[in-house]
Design a binder for this molecule. Structure first.
Ligand code: EPZ
Length: 419
């Protein structure tokens, strides 16, 4: 298994071009199941997760080609309406094929995704949304069997709490339903808007994406389209925190300022210099330590749970004590024990982590159990004295395109050790 070796202490200077957002790309690719025509995506990141989803979509009948950061997908006809366990369990986003398969085929059988390292992550809201649209749902042998022989029918769906995946899934199913669907208490993440923009370019009639109420007027059929994937706000936040922690001056090219407002507010409160420029966002570190700042994760536009681990790594070397509260997932502090092995002082109390900043972290062999946790160890390694080796690099490969090259391009001493 590959690992990443970092010798810490170098400031980051230069620029990093932000890739397309993984969490948008995965839902956009699924849209191929809604049309027989060709979809072309630019700024499509090349990640383990996008490759994995390609395998599932090919199994379902998609023809997929990639040329650099451009991907085309065409599902002239479905070759199967069943997503087997092996192609769903490794990546939860695969479950989102259910709604589009149902909308196009009238029935579908998709494996339940199961739990994951950051919590139980049920799919009850996804299933309730599809039932509201008229689908008959049965659970058998670990699979969801869904039927809507006469097509899906528009409905009012009120989510009891905000779910990114369920909002996207409902949109992907409702675009081809008969009549109007209204989603209340919908997620407002930029990825939702990106999906709505792409579906509208395909001929859908979606309004209100980005607000808590989304209205979808069903259409008979969708066409092909070209769409640029939105720049990854989580990758942006990760490199911003890396630069503010390790020191230096980095331009995050193509980063969208307004997609990370909650992070910028906290970074500025912590003493970092962050500014919007024509080409993206610039982070200039003062050279001194950041000030400890409290943080709580929230659905967008609040602070993203996917940047919590990276923020914690930054707070490990800040001056003072910060309280970090995770409100989205019940088990998302697995990076804390690994950061402690590098000398961090973290006290875990349920969904709160109290971090007392130390002057220096020390390099160590570490490993993490999910994508964002792993990259927090990279940030810690960049600022630690000595050498840090991060195992289980496949987690990083799921969601960070060219991570070592991007950091090395800014002066980090980082390399991948192939095994
Ligand atoms: C998306 O997951 C992202 N994944 C996650 O990023 C991200 O952390 C999360 O949104 C929150 O922003 C993708 O987009 C592929 P949710 P998703 O439905 O859609 C509970 C990463 O590292 N819930 O908004 O699965 C759920 O357990 C990943 O890139 C139900 O109870 O998240 C959680 O506590 C990790 N029932 C909360 O809602 C449901 O049916 C929010 O989850 C659905 C969700």
């Amino acid at each position: 298994m590959d690992s990443i070796k970092i010798r810490g202490g170098n400031p980051l200077r230069g620029e990093v071009t932000i890739s397309g957002a993984k969490n948008s790309a995965l839902k956009l690719m699924v849209a191929t199941l809604l049309t027989g025509e060709k979809l072309t995506f630019t700024r499509m990141p090349d990640l383990a997760d996008t490759r994995f989803l390609s395998t599932l979509l090919e199994h379902l009948g998609a023809d997929i080609t990639r040329n650099g950061s451009e991907m085309t997908l065409q599902t002239a006809s479905l070759s199967s309406a069943e997503a087997p366990y092996d192609l769903v369990r490794k990546m939860r986003a695969s479950f989102n094929v259910l709604g589009p398969l149902l909308a196009r085929n009238g029935e579908a059988r998709v494996s339940l995704p199961g739990g994951c390292a950051i919590g139980a992550r049920p799919v009850d809201l996804h299933l309730k949304a599809l039932e509201s649209l008229g689908a008959g749902i049965e659970l058998a042998d670990g699979y969801v069997e869904a039927r809507a022989k006469n097509g899906l029918v528009g409905a009012q769906i009120v989510f009891p709490f905000v779910s990114v995946g369920a909002t996207e899934h409902a949109m992907l199913a409702a675009v081809l339903a008969k009549g109007e669907t209204v989603l209340e208490n919908a997620a407002r993440e930029p990825e939702i808007q990106d999906l709505a923009n792409c579906l509208n370019a395909m001929g859908a009639k979606i309004s209100g994406a980005g607000s808590a109420t989304i209205t979808i007027e069903g259409v008979d059929h969708l066409t092909g389209a070209s769409h640029a994937v939105v720049p990854d706000r989580i990758e942006t936040g990760t490199y911003a925190l890396a630069a503010a922690t390790a020191g230096g001056d980095v331009l995050l090219r193509d980063a969208v300022w307004k997609h990370n407002s909650a992070l910028w507010d906290l970074m500025i409160a912590a003493g970092a210099s962050v500014s919007e420029e024509n080409e993206g966002v610039r982070i200039k570190a003062s050279g001194g330590r950041l000030r400890a700042t409290d943080m709580e994760t929230r659905p967008y536009p609040g602070f993203p749970t996917d940047e919590q681990a990276q923020f914690m790594a930054a707070m490990c070397v800040a001056e003072g004590r910060s309280v970090i509260r995770e409100t989205i997932f019940e088990n998302r502090f697995m990076h804390a024990p690994e950061l402690m092995r590098m000398g961090a002082r973290i006290d875990l109390r349920g969904n709160e982590a109290v971090v007392t900043g130390v002057e220096k972290l020390r390099g160590a062999p570490v490993m993490a159990t999910d994508l964002r946790a792993s990259v927090s160890l990279v940030i810690a390694g960049l600022v630690a004295t000595g050498e840090t080796t991060i195992g289980r690099v496949y987690h990083l490969d799921r969601g960070f395109e060219h991570l070592e090259a991007k950091l090395a391009g800014c002066g980090a001493d980082i390399e991948r050790i192939k095994e």
